[in-house]
Design a binder for this molecule. Structure first.
Ligand code: C5P
Length: 305
């Protein structure tokens, strides 16, 4: 029986510039993505009928979290398989098994990562032979972050996030992530952004020069100082207690502290492995987060293993 196993990373946004809402309801973004060493795995196993099924496995102890990952066609991985079938005309079926490590609804694109992985895994298991470029084109129809999760590394994201272009970057960075007990809906955070900015003129977003210079130089101190996220105010308005989590990491000497994407995961940049451990310890003892994870980036995008 033909099967394919794919490992896919989570993403963080080193900067997230958000512009005025577009007519299609999306917001123009100017972001720099980095793929980080926190992976989901998706296994696609060929079926002898045309059914598409999905099962989600997790080692996360929060059972309530897994309950919100749909095990039907609302799952973005299933939508990815359906889209690939439509594009290639294949009538084959597949069982998708997702091993979830990336926090659910955490602002780290866990659902989008599973969609990117499902595209690569089904393309392999079905022998449909689409090129990486063709898969990227399908990815952009599935969600704003999906093309980047195929790509990995560091990249500038434009459009609504789906347009990826290369960025000159050097260095490997030590991150600490503090996850929250309850996820935040991306759509709800963008809606809050619109509510808070109603009646004001929102500028067209750009990627800060200081951030690009820090990445070119591989300078962690400068990168920490240049981290930014335009969704901060909106996410804190929905979850005021996240400000305390950010403060604990800053107090522990993090080089920079921001929310990841639309939150609620908070991310902290450390200068090295020991510093990362110190920050993780401070967060575990002093903040009310669900979990503290040490990680590194950049790493590659969705890959067959
Ligand atoms: O693209 P994706 O499906 O991941 O986006 C989820 C939701 O986040 C969208 O339905 C939209 O409400 C919001 N969003 C946005 N602008 C973006 C990306 C996402 O408003 N650039």
């Amino acid at each position: 029986m033909s099967s394919a196993n794919v490992r896919v990373p989570a993403k963080i946004n080193l900067c997230l510039g958000v512009g005025p809402v577009r007519e299609d309801g999306y917001h123009p973004l100017a972001t720099v993505y980095q793929a980080v060493d926190l992976h989901d795995e998706v296994r696609a196993t060929l079926r002898d009928d045309d059914e598409i099924t999905v099962a989600v496995h997790t080692e996360l102890d929060a059972l309530s979290e897994i309950a919100i990952v749909p095990e039907n066609s609302d799952n973005l991985a299933v939508r990815a398989a359906l889209l690939l079938r439509e594009r290639t005309g294949t009538l084959l079926g597949v069982d998708l098994a997702i091993r979830k490590v990336i926090p659910v609804a955490g602002g780290m694109a866990g659902g989008s990562a599973d969609a990117a992985a499902a595209l690569v895994a089904c393309n392999e298991a079905w022998g449909t032979g689409l090129s990486r470029a063709a898969l990227e084109q399908l990815a952009s129809q599935l969600g704003s972050d999906v093309p980047f999760l195929l790509h990995g590394g560091n990249a500038v994201g434009g459009g609504r996030g789906e347009t990826i272009s290369p960025v000159l970057a050097r260095g490997s960075y030590n991150w600490v992530f503090a996850t929250a007990h309850e996820g935040l809906s991306t759509a709800a955070v963008y809606a809050e952004f619109d509510r808070l900015n109603a009646g004001t003129e929102v500028a067209h977003p750009t990627v800060p020069d200081a951030l690009l210079a820090a990445l070119r130089a591989g300078d962690a101190d400068a990168l920490g100082a240049a981290l930014s996220n335009d969704l901060t105010e909106a996410a804190l308005s929905l979850r005021p207690e996240l400000a305390d989590t950010l403060a604990v990491g800053i107090e522990a000497g993090a080089l920079g502290a921001i929310l990841s994407g639309s939150g609620p995961t908070a991310l902290f940049l450390a200068s090295d492995e020991q510093h990362s451990l110190d920050i993780a310890f401070a967060l575990t003892s002093a903040s009310d987060c669900a979990d503290v994870i040490q990680s590194r980036g950049p790493v590659t995008g969705a890959r067959l293993i």
